[in-house]
Design a protein around this ligand. Structure first.
Ligand SMILES: Cc1cc2nc3c(=O)[nH]c(=O)nc-3n(C[C@H](O)[C@H](O)[C@H](O)COP(=O)(O)OP(=O)(O)OC[C@H]3O[C@@H](n4cnc5c(N)ncnc54)[C@H](O)[C@@H]3O)c2cc1C
Length: 409
């Protein structure tokens, strides 16, 4: 991949043309959020993404994201309040497993706010895009970067027809298969779960009343999360995790049979009716062993991709992006070169405990519950019982999921 470097400008004077410029490769949720935070603070940003801008926001992602209260506050601070106005609050999560006593997590145990808001990725993406368009950030969309060249004082990002962008700091926000991460040779561990998440929307006779449900089936968790009513009928967003081998058969079912299959497995809210076709997301854990390099930083799924069982992947990314943005903006106000700021490694180290905790927790839950073997499920049930019996433990989990806990960055 190193051979993909196609453009060579030769030596440049230290920092020339680069000072205060940050190039972000990847304009997904993470890249756009970071770009917005930095651009609003007056930093010079270039965002590069191979995807063509959509003329109309055509729904194609299909996911409803559980945004923690901390993420919501950060997005609101960036002016995204209107995109979150119609979002459904999450007040209560009920966790069930065949034989175990249900476990209830209440937002009220952590504070006055909901645990978070349910927001469609298809709403958030264009809202970020619109907010970014209103800044001075440069956006190069529709061209795939083919290489990166380190030059004195920064990086040059090149595309098939020559240079695309240059900056003193290069940020990789290009998702779980990050080209930049591979190109930089960063050691990465990948664990395929051999599971696919089917995401869809259902209506049901009983109102959800701000409740989310996670039902652990041996084949994988089935989660229903509050969504706004559909034509007056209560509705929820669903994430049904199934073994890869099951996914094609389920996707081939007609709507009525699919609804029946989900209802058969889900114990709450009455019979479910599919109202949006399911979309499939293959799942895997990705762990980059370094998230910084020479004038280089990885954020979002490019740094850590988690199983969505706890709905925390983007929230984790935002925790780290918020800290990174604060760090870069602080140095920008002092007129310092963002790529050479001391403290990027310290930022990376500070992000490690929360990444480790979240990766271990999600991985552990999948290992305990997504299995037909009795001993891991037994252990899972014991863990559920212990969590339910120890209010401190339960409240700590609620506080952490909502982002209220400041113990881990
Ligand atoms: C089923 C499912 C449900 C989820 N639910 C939740 C939830 O409830 N709560 C939560 O917090 N998280 C959730 N997540 C996780 C969350 O969706 C991700 O963490 C988040 O979308 C990652 O955003 P990202 O910008 O890092 O990556 P991506 O969204 O993958 O964006 C990567 C971007 O990089 C671009 N790109 C690709 N290649 C290149 C290249 N070579 N150069 C430049 N750019 C490139 C792509 O076009 C894209 O725009 C869920 C994930 C899944 C799969």
């Amino acid at each position: 991949l190193q051979q993909a470097v196609v453009w060579n400008t030769g030596a440049r004077p230290e920092g020339a043309g680069f000072m205060n410029q940050v190039v972000i490769t990847g304009g997904g949720l993470a890249g756009q959020t970071l770009a917005l935070a930095l651009a609003q603070a007056g930093m010079e940003i270039t965002l590069v993404d191979p995807r063509q801008p959509e003329p109309e926001p055509t729904p194609r992602d299909g996911r409803a994201l559980a945004l923690s209260w901390q993420t919501v506050c950060f997005l609101q601070s960036l002016g995204l309040e209107p995109a979150l106005r119609d979002a459904e609050p999450l007040w209560h999560i009920q966790v069930t497993e065949g034989k175990a006593r249900p476990l209830h997590f209440h937002a009220r145990d952590a504070g006055p706010h909901p645990m978070g808001l349910m927001v469609d990725a298809d709403t958030l993406q264009p809202a970020l895009r619109k907010a970014l368009d209103a800044t001075r950030a440069r956006q190069t969309r529709g061209t795939t970067p083919t290489g990166f060249q380190a030059v004195p004082g920064g990086w040059v990002v090149s595309g098939p027809d020559g240079p695309l962008a240059e900056g003193s700091l290069l940020v990789g926000a290009d998702g779980k298969d990050s080209f930049l991460r591979r190109w930089a040779g960063i050691r990465t561990t990948r664990h395929p779960y051999n599971q696919t998440a089917l995401v869809f929307r259902v209506t049901h006779p009983e109102p959800h009343e701000g409740r989310g449900f996670e039902h652990f089936l041996p084949s994988g968790p089935l989660a229903l999360l509050p969504a706004p009513p559909r034509e007056g009928i209560p509705s929820s967003s669903a994430v049904w995790t199934v073994p890869d081998s099951m996914a094609p058969d389920l996707l081939a079912l007609d709507d009525a049979t699919f609804s029946l299959e989900v209802s058969r497995r889900f114990p709450c809210l009455g019979p479910l009716t599919l109202c949006c076709p399911p979309r499939a997301w293959p799942l895997g854990l990705v762990w980059a062993w370094q998230t910084t390099g020479h004038r280089l930083v990885l954020v979002g799924d490019a740094a850590r991709t988690l199983h969505p069982v706890a709905g925390q992947g983007f929230n984790l990314g935002i925790r780290h992006i918020e800290k990174l943005a604060a760090h870069l903006i602080r140095h920008h106000t002092l007129g310092l070169d963002p790529g050479a700021t001391p403290g990027l490694r310290a930022w990376s180290r500070a992000c490690l405990p929360s990444s480790l905790a979240m990766a271990a927790a999600t991985h552990g839950v999948v290992a305990l519950f997504s299995t037909h073997r009795s001993w891991p499920r037994g252990l899972g049930r014991q863990t559920m019982a212990l969590t339910g019996a120890v209010p401190f433990l339960k409240n700590t989990l609620v506080r952490y999921a909502a982002g209220f806990s400041s113990r881990l960055t």
